[in-house]
Structures are given as structure tokens and as C-alpha cells.
Unconditional design. Structure first.
Length: 438
């Protein structure tokens, strides 16, 4: 018994003497957490002239910011969301805490929060999810003069790049908005934009979608197939920045800017590609408009696109007037023509009585050959049948007006772009038209 007690005592003494020598890491978890938090905090405060920043969203495109963090945990920023955010400085608070990693949290409302705002009236995002963006960003790494973070929920990167004194002055002065206006004005006036690329025999169309902050390269390859490369962009103090990847094979475009009255795309290796304009659209609409193509929908919102004269305008206005004459008065919310699948097309209208929005569907069979669309076998759901008196002019336009030739529509208003139309083969002055959408 005494021998057993001696053995146990010796074992306890051995374990006690060596418990501090059993560390697997040189630092405790608490020490590692603290070091990581300090690394991010000191990094954010290290930029003498603040940061250029960009962030992509899951629902739309890219967004650009200037940010300046200080030791009192406040951040000053401007952003390219709209005219006000580009010219009015926002001061808000931030904090850094451990959430599985060092995490930057914007904890008061600011321009980044607008992208996340679940109210559509704030910045036009979807109800409940906004533009699918974050306000909490996990620290990934520091690389040279950049800090890379990643949103917790949607996993989009927030990239911060140290600004120079000149860049800070441009962001916080008038130059930032002036640059945004210059780029927008250029692509409002210039149509059918393209570049030429070695190894691709056809022109490569460049499309800048200002409303969605997205870019696109598209061309017809040697097999007659449409190739499309989507991208996202944000405005900077000079030009635009593409993120995260936008390129053709080994050619990766990182920037775009105005130079001597022309817009140039700049590749990662510094090569510049000058944007040129074609007299007609680069790609025929029939190659893009299909149930499984780039576009499958023509959309009219709460009014006809401005600057277009068509025989369809009469049918549309008659429908608007008949809804307005109802008691209670109704409004025509929107009209959509959609190629639902390989053989079925739909015309969808929505109308509102002041409290409730009603959706009415007309369904057709169709054939689509050589860019000509022929509709047949019209069928109407109960909501359409209930509003036949109000919808009859649009109904007759599709039932009696075909076949239709698919083609682009040009507006006399330079601010209205990306329109497509269904032209009556028997009368090219009459065509249904709307924004091209997927």
C-alpha cells in the first residue's frame, strides 16, 4: 500500500512540474486572437491618406468608396452609390472584434449599410435582403499596400488600397463625382462599343450597364456561338475599377478610364484597348434573345421607355386610360414579354387598385426561325379574363399583329439604352418594345 502511494505521489509531482512544458503553440489562443485584432486595427490606422476601397454585391455589381479610419473608431467615407454619397462625407463608427477571426464591423448606418438595407426605398434592393451585401467583414490578409476582408454572410471581398495624398484630394473634392459623370456621359452618348483583340476575329462588344454597375464582353466565336464574359465595376477618383475578374483568357482587364476623349480598357499587364463605336449593333439581337440566351424578356415599367415612336404606343396608352377610368382607379404597373421555354411565351401584366397588385397572364405557343417569332394558341388566366376590357388593346396587338421580327430599338433619348423590340413583319413602324432582361 505504501509503495502505491509513493508511485502516485511521484506521478503527481512529475505532472505538476511539467504542466507548463506541454504547450503545443508558443502563444495562447487569447494571445493569438489579440495579435490578430491588433494587426487589423493597426493596419486600418496605418494609411496616412486613407483608403480606396471596393466591394462587390451578390445581387448587383460593384461599389467604390474612399474611407479614412481613426483611433477613436470613427470612419469618414464617400461612395459612388449616387450623387449625394459621392459628394457628402459620411462619418460613422466601426469596431473590431473576434468573431471566429478578427472582424471589421460597421456598427452605425453609413454608405456600406445602404447596400445591405432591406428596405427597397433606401437604395432599391430587394425587400428583406437589400443588394445582398454585408456590414461585418472577416480579416483575410494584408498584401503590400492592401487589406483584404470578406463579408461574413455573402462572402464578397472588401478590398482596401492605401490612397495617395492626390487621390484623397480627388475623392473628397469635386473630382470624384466629375469622374463618375464623365464616364456615364460617355456611355450614354456612345453606342455599339467594341474593342479588337488578337486571336478573336470578330469585334468584342463592351457593354457598361450603369444601373446594375456591371460590365460585359461578348462576341461571336468561330463556331457562331455567342461568348459572354460578365464582370462588375466601381467608380474610382479616376476611371473605373473591375472586380474581381474580368477578362478574355490571359487578358485580364483591371481598369478603364478616359484618355484624350476616348475610353480605354487597361489590362493587368498595362496594355490599353481603345473603345471604338460601330454604326450598328455588334451582335444581332436574334443571337442573344432566346429562352436560354442572354436575354429572354422585354420589360416595360410604369411607363413606356422615352424617345420611341411605335404603333404599339397607341395600344399601350389605351390600356393605361381604361385602367384609369375604373372605380376605384387602377394603374398599369408593368408589362413583360417572356420566352418561358423552347415553345411557350407569355405576356404578363400587373395592375394596382391602390392597395393590391394583380397579375394577369396571357400564354402563347411560338415558333422562332431566322429571327422571326410567330405566336399561336393564345390562352388567358382568370385575372386576364377578368380585365379583358382593360387589356383588350394589348391582347389584340399580340393576337392579331404577328409574326414579329426580333431586333433592337433605338431611342431618340440618349439616356434610354438596351431596348429590344418585336417588329410587325407587315408593318415595321409598329413594334412592341422594352428593356432587354434575363
Amino acid at each position: 500500500m505504501k509503495q502505491l502511494l509513493y508511485i502516485l505521489s511521484a506521478a503527481c509531482l512529475f505532472l505538476s512540474c511539467n504542466k507548463d512544458e506541454a504547450k503545443v503553440f508558443e502563444e495562447t489562443p487569447e494571445e493569438r486572437m489579440s495579435a490578430r485584432i491588433n494587426e487589423l486595427n493597426s493596419g486600418l490606422l496605418s494609411a496616412e491618406h486613407g483608403w480606396k476601397a471596393y466591394l462587390t454585391t451578390s445581387a448587383k455589381g460593384g461599389y467604390g468608396f474612399y474611407m479614412d479610419f481613426d483611433a477613436s473608431q470613427s470612419v469618414v467615407m464617400v461612395a459612388d452609390l449616387n450623387d449625394a454619397t459621392a459628394t457628402e462625407r459620411s462619418t460613422s463608427s466601426f469596431r473590431i472584434k473576434w468573431v471566429m477571426n478578427a472582424t471589421l464591423i460597421f456598427d452605425t448606418y453609413n454608405y456600406i449599410t445602404m447596400l445591405q438595407d432591406p428596405s427597397p426605398s433606401s437604395y432599391g434592393g430587394a425587400s428583406g435582403s437589400g443588394l445582398q451585401s454585408d456590414i461585418e467583414f472577416e480579416y483575410q490578409r494584408t498584401s503590400g499596400d492592401s487589406i483584404i476582408l470578406r463579408g461574413f454572410k455573402y462572402k464578397n471581398e472588401l478590398v482596401l488600397v492605401k490612397a495617395t495624398a492626390a487621390e484623397k484630394d480627388r475623392y473628397l473634392g469635386a473630382a470624384f463625382k466629375e469622374n463618375i459623370d464623365e464616364v456615364n456621359d460617355y456611355f450614354t452618348v456612345k453606342q455599339n462599343n467594341y474593342i479588337t483583340v488578337d486571336g478573336i476575329k470578330n469585334k468584342v462588344e463592351f457593354v457598361l450597364d450603369k444601373s446594375n454597375k456591371a460590365g460585359k464582353l461578348q462576341f461571336i466565336d468561330d463556331n457562331g456561338e455567342v461568348v459572354q464574359i460578365p464582370g462588375k465595376y466601381n467608380y474610382e477618383d479616376v476611371g473605373i475599377n473591375f472586380a474581381p475578374y474580368f477578362g478574355l483568357g490571359s487578358i485580364i482587364f483591371v481598369k478603364g478610364k478616359m484618355e484624350n476623349g476616348e475610353f480605354v480598357l487597361i489590362a493587368k499587364d498595362g496594355t490599353k484597348y481603345v473603345i471604338k463605336q460601330n454604326d450598328t449593333p455588334i451582335l444581332p439581337m436574334a443571337t442573344l434573345f432566346n429562352y436560354n440566351g442572354t436575354y429572354r424578356e422585354l420589360y416595360i415599367g410604369n411607363s413606356l421607355p422615352a424617345g420611341v415612336t411605335s404603333g404599339f404606343n397607341t395600344a399601350y396608352q389605351a390600356c393605361v386610360s381604361k385602367f384609369a377610368a375604373m372605380n376605384p382607379r387602377r394603374t398599369l404597373v408593368d408589362v413583360r414579354f417572356i420566352l418561358s421555354n423552347s415553345g411557350t411565351a407569355r405576356v404578363i401584366t400587373r395592375n394596382n387598385n391602390g392597395t393590391t397588385t394583380f397579375t394577369a397572364n396571357a400564354t402563347y405557343n411560338y415558333t422562332y426561325e431566322n429571327g422571326v417569332l410567330t405566336l399561336s394558341n393564345a390562352a388567358y388566366d382568370d385575372n386576364w379574363a377578368a380585365r379583358t376590357t382593360q387589356l383588350i388593346d394589348i391582347q389584340n396587338y399580340f393576337t392579331n399583329g404577328g409574326p414579329f421580327r426580333v431586333d433592337y430599338v433605338r431611342s431618340a433619348n440618349p439616356n434610354v439604352t438596351n431596348l429590344g423590340g418585336l417588329y410587325r413583319v407587315a408593318d415595321a413602324t409598329s413594334f412592341f418594345y422594352g428593356s432587354l432582361r434575363w
